[in-house]
Write a protein that binds this ligand. Sequence first.
Ligand SMILES: Nc1ncnc2c1ncn2[C@@H]1O[C@H](COP(=O)(O)OP(=O)(O)OP(=O)(O)O)[C@@H](O)[C@H]1O
Ligand SMILES: [Mg+2]
Length: 460
Amino acid sequence: MKPLNPREIVSELDRFVVGQDKAKRAVAIALRNRWRRQQVPEELRDEIAPKNIIMIGPTGVGKTEIARRLAKLAQSPFLKIEASKFTEVGYVGRDVESMIRDLTELAVKQVKDEESEQVQAKSYEIAEERILDLLLPPKPKQVQPLGRSDLQHVQQGHLSEQQASDEQISTRDKLRTMLRQGKMDEREVELEITQQNVPVVEIFSASGLEEMDVNLKDMFGNMFPKKTKKRKVKIPEAREIIAQEEAQKLIDMEKVTKMAVLRVEQSGIIFLDELDKVATRDQGHGPDVSREGVQRDLLPIVEGSTVTTKYGMVKTDHILFIASGAFYVSKPSDLIPELQGRFPIRVELSSLGKEDFVRILTEPQNALIKQYIALMDTEGVKLVFREEAIEKIAETATTVNEKTENIGARRLHTIMEKLLEEISFAASEMTEKTVSIDAAYVSGRLEDLILDEDLSRYIL
Ligand SMILES: Nc1ncnc2c1ncn2[C@@H]1O[C@H](COP(=O)(O)OP(=O)(O)OP(=O)(O)O)[C@@H](O)[C@H]1O
Ligand SMILES: [Mg+2]
């Protein structure tokens, strides 16, 4: 696939995220820079560090959404993780290195899926042959009696060996044709299905133990013998089962692992959410010590170090980190200086107002209004939203955000759900097949809630 240039990346993001142009530009540049780095002569390539980004903005304005969409575009291994999940070495919680292990795990899966696609055609071919074998077992070679009886054999009008095998080939071909035409789809065959019985062992996922937990699983996996079980299945299902089994055999796991590790090192992206939660204002007391500890633990990974995973060593030097946080109480300047230096790009996302909400409701490919229309369509009910109704919904969202808590575009979800509650409930039994949502309908459903602040705190 041709790598997208920054302008193209932004316009792809525009399809899902409204506004927030500065943030989109920043991530687009960061993504393009990874491709640029790959083109630079090798001596210099290793010197070019990724320009990590901090996205700063209130809740529900599209930070995570931008990162998610970006990862899809980049087709890079992408991991989203909350910084607050980590605790300093020695405390209970996840150890920081585990994010690299998780990312590698993801990459292995990604590469493996791609490889399976590559061998798919081949594995289905093999599956077809194996099903034919099941339907028409190859005749065991007959031990020919000697001498006289041999003569008898021919005399009695038996087929010669040559003829017999010719006949079998032609039967096989006929069967194959029928198989391909789907004429045998109702036939059942008996398959040996491998099941791996791994007992469930619960292991506390405390720091340090995690890697062990992974290895234990592998160990147990090999300790308990694979059980096979005979099962009768219809031919289409058998084809799927066999093809999957064969695909596993065709994939070179060593190559997959190598490619995956390379991909993590060269193009992995880690989205570090809630970075503000580990920033501290005044250092040195109470729980803050541990937050700073987390930052210190994060530092080597962001700066570049080597992490041991079960797929081998992974270097983190060129992994792109995109951090995000509201930074209400703490500021990026409250992060330890070394970490600040590792996130040179700061972008602010603006909070969303009425106009943004109107666009968010209608424009993105996955816009909420489109979702509800599609959902009701499955019941044969046609939802029509009048323009004033959408204005009114956006206005309501803004008001409630101002009066209670500003949760950004997430407010639209709660409001839409409340607004359409009655229709959602009754849709399957409705005789009126077109429902028009106008401003009056919106007011009717939501007015009381907006006026009563306490009520809206609970319901919207
Ligand atoms: N600018 C936007 N355009 C379209 N949809 C948006 C936008 N902002 C938020 N949304 C929608 O609102 C929801 C929450 O957004 P998102 O997860 O990106 O919030 P966030 O900025 O990461 O917030 P938090 O700081 O709480 O993690 C998502 O369903 C997303 O699709
Ligand atoms: Mg988020």
